[in-house]
Design a protein around this ligand. Structure first.
Ligand code: HEM
Ligand code: HEM
Ligand SMILES: [Fe+2]
Length: 464
């Protein structure tokens, strides 16, 4: 560790991984409920499991982004974090708020939770991904403010690099867009319109800046390639992300009652959105080919490459698949959407967090630049198990989605639940792939407990 204050990243990373486990367990519960409707009813109804699955996802990614920032910004800025103490206080506030919120979801009916937390004073609850009680949302704003202050002051008072400035811009954007979660108009069209300003402008806007900068940081460290080259790529990637992604929000405005021009604007701009993801892939492979050093942390490089590939597939390819309005007319809200949502979230954001954890954890744990070979091999297994099973989850859901569109909307108009029954085989296979995914995740955690140091390598005596 070059700077003492980087150590605050560690608890953030640990909690991120713990919440990741919770997320997957609830995903598996829901996957089972898809084919066995009464499973765990009434203890954990589907809607509650879904809320826990998606909310823990967002929160663990946020913990990951924060940990990543607290780790990389001191190094980029060449100074200690503005206030390590504040980062630790923020950590506890966020953790307690998250734990209370999930406990609330699980222990009381949602309407009761809304009542208990005073939702009627400022109603913000009840919308997908933004189900948190209003007081939790206020807590998130406080956490974000403290985070921006800490990272902002460190960046502004230290050496300014493209990586840290892009990261800071992404974080500020994340906080600003979240404010729209407090705007909850009565009019359902307006409600949906602004809801996407949080959801879409996060994942297809400001989060891409965070993704790009963390990826660039890890590549700089592991390849030793000149910053100037990496900086130019980063500029191109974020410019393309914002140019396409902002108006690309229109791909969610096809059927919610907005003016017709959104059919065109949404289709055309969002059709360009795969480009920044494509460039990220080219960028990562280029840097690794041009590398000037062989970093001992090979598994971190593997995660970085995996992120670039799966983000492009999940967001770029699976996003493009249903983004043109004549296609989306048929696929809207089907399992095609779920297929895309899974691979995109995993490939881009889950994997970039796993990448930085993989790079930073050995350093934070005083194991030097990398874990032992044994530990890296276990981690590589976990990489492949999780990545390949996510590819299968995506393929099974895509199969289910195509059949669903065909039976329900294209060739015939069979009722929703009749069609769902016919998709059961796909859902069973998805659940199977999900179990493999969980095994991969368990191995990932196990890799942390595999021996820290390599046996000293005997010095080879070369003859002659
Ligand atoms: C990493 C980036 C991305 C993530 C994490 C992501 C995630 C998601 C998620 C979770 C949904 C479902 C939202 C809901 O609950 O209704 C969704 C919907 C959608 N996404 Fe993405 N996405 C990403 C990038 C993209 C890109 C680049 C495109 C286009 C090229 C795209 C096109 C779409 C479309 C058209 C929908 C609406 C599907 C429908 O009508 O049901 N996404 N995305
Ligand atoms: C590994 C086992 C997993 C299983 C069995 C699973 C299952 C499910 C199920 C059943 C849903 C609800 C779909 C619906 O509303 O009908 C869902 C939603 C979702 N899951 Fe998973 N999941 C898993 C892993 C993951 C992972 C690793 C991620 C991302 C990193 C993820 C992200 C999401 C998202 C973003 C949604 C909301 C999608 C949308 O609105 O279209 N899940 N999941
Ligand atoms: Fe979108």
């Amino acid at each position: 560790m070059n700077y003492q204050s980087q150590a605050v990243a560690k608890p953030y990373f640990i909690v991120a991984i713990a919440l990741f486990v919770a997320q997957i367990l609830f995903g598996l519960i829901m996957g089972l409920q898809y084919v066995w409707g009464d499973f765990l009813f009434p203890e954990i109804p589907f809607n509650v499991a879904r809320m826990v699955h998606t909310n823990t996802l967002i929160v663990w990614l946020l913990f990951g982004f924060m940990g990543a920032s607290y780790f990389l910004v001191p190094e980029e800025s060449e100074r200690e974090l503005e206030s390590p103490l504040l980062a630790i206080i923020t950590f506890w506030v966020f953790l307690i708020a998250a734990a209370l919120t999930v406990a609330g979801y699980l222990l009381v009916p949602y309407s009761k939770l809304a009542e208990l937390t005073g939702n009627s004073i400022l109603p913000t609850m009840g919308r997908e991904f933004l189900e948190q009680p209003t007081i939790t949302k206020l807590g998130i704003v406080l956490v974000a403010l403290s985070y921006i202050y800490n990272i902002g002051m460190t960046v502004l008072r230290g050496r300014k690099t493209v990586v840290s400035v892009v990261l800071l811009t992404g974080i500020v954007g994340l906080a600003v867009m979240f404010l729209f979660s407090f705007y909850n108009p009565e009019n359902l069209v307006l409600d949906k319109f602004y809801w996407w300003w949080v959801v879409h402008l996060w994942v297809e806007g400001v989060w891409e800046l965070i993704l790009g900068s963390i990826l660039a940081f890890v590549l700089i460290k592991t390849t030793g390639v000149d910053r100037e080259i990496i900086d130019k790529w980063l500029y191109i990637i974020i410019a393309m992300a914002l140019i396409s992604g902002i108006i690309g929000t229109g791909h969610h405005y096809f059927w919610i009652g907005t003016p017709e021009y959104w059919q065109w604007w949404g289709s055309i701009f969002s059709a360009v959105e795969p480009l920044p993801f494509f460039f990220m892939t080219i960028f990562a492979f280029n840097m690794i080919n041009k590398r000037r050093r062989n970093h001992p942390n090979r598994v971190a490089t593997l995660w970085a490459m995996g992120t670039a590939v799966l983000a492009f597939l999940g967001a770029g390819v699976w996003g493009f698949l249903h983004t043109l309005s004549p296609v989306n007319y048929y696929t809207h809200g089907t399992q095609i959407t779920a297929a895309h949502g899974h691979m995109a979230f995993f490939g881009a954001y889950a994997m970039i967090v796993l990448t930085i954890i993989s790079y930073a954890m050995p350093i934070l744990r005083g194991r030097g630049e990398a874990n032992s070979n044994k530990s890296q091999v276990v981690e590589m297994w976990s990489f492949w198990l999780m990545s390949v099973s996510m590819v299968f989850i995506t393929l099974f859901l895509t199969g289910a989605g195509i059949l669903q569109v065909w039976l329900q909307r294209f060739e015939s108009a069979q009722p929703f639940m009749v069609v769902q029954d016919k998709l059961a085989l796909f859902y069973w296979m998805r659940e199977g792939a999900g179990v493999i995914f969980l095994i991969g995740l368990i191995l990932y955690i196990a890799s942390f407990f595999v021996g820290g140091k390599d046996e000293p390598v005997p010095v080879e005596v070369t003859e002659g």
